[in-house]
Design a protein around this ligand. Sequence first.
Ligand code: HEM
Length: 298
Amino acid sequence: MTTSAAFLILTMNTGNQASKTVRSIIGSTADLIKDIRGRANGRTFTANVGIGHRVWSALTGRPEPKELTTFREIKGAKHTAVSTPGDLLYHIRAASTDLIIEFEKILLEALGDAVTAVDDVAGFRYFDGRDLLEFVDGTANPDGLALPAATLVGEEDPEYVGGSYVVVQKYLHDLAAWREQSTETQEAIIGRTKFDNVELPDAREGQKSHKTLCTITDEEGEHDILRDNMPFAVPGRQEYGTYFIGYSRHLWVIEKMLERMFIGDPPPLHDRILDFSTPVAGATFFVPPRQFLNNLAD
Ligand code: HEM
């Protein structure tokens, strides 16, 4: 996890010229990353490019990855996971913001009027990796050999081995209402202690914690995803949020987590994190392996 990140969402404009421009620019992503790294004095810089269902065929000329669809709205009794426009995602991560801004500036100048920027959210690291609800976020992420197994497509979709499904959601928090809850209530909602981040036991029945609702198990065992959520804020507008981003080998795993959060398990016992966090955007992408992107430039 880096100290800075940007989540840039673009839609592609209509016309052959637009898709030609976009194809050539996303095909040269590796060169642009190299260019920024070359000027970064060893500071971390990296970017992933996701492509959405609506433009996949026009842009790549290849069949779609097996599970790719647009983000499906999920309507619970009280809360809705909204689906919003987005054809391209740039998930940019760096040791400092100047590298991210430089990358976005060069990128958007090159893309010109072939795209429209829908949103551009700057994420920052908050103390010891906390979200703005003040809990440490990202602890249960897979690592070591479990990481590629959870996040990268395998032989189940031979053309896209090494790619990854990505879901993003932009949440705004009601911090005043959250602060009115006791620490014990907040901990029960998340499923971990606040100060030292220790896991609490799963509830056997009734209301489940966020951690428990997002644990997906079947006969194959537990299905993990990789999250790189970032807090974002504009204090002058009283805007405080969490930008959720999840990478997964199987899109259905993230969709299942969302169903359990919004509809509840059992319904209508939704994730109580949603009583203090409202999603205002949601979109799904597939991040192809770098070589696939390079080939688009040809
Ligand atoms: C766990 C925060 C949305 C999936 C956690 C934890 C926190 C957290 C603090 C516990 C520490 C950790 O393991 O990282 C948030 C916030 C969200 C949000 C503030 C937005 C307002 C989501 C969404 C998903 C998700 C939308 C999936 C669709 C998970 C998973 C875990 C987790 C898989 C780990 C569960 C386990 O222990 O195995 N989240 N989360 N989260 N969250 Fe979220």
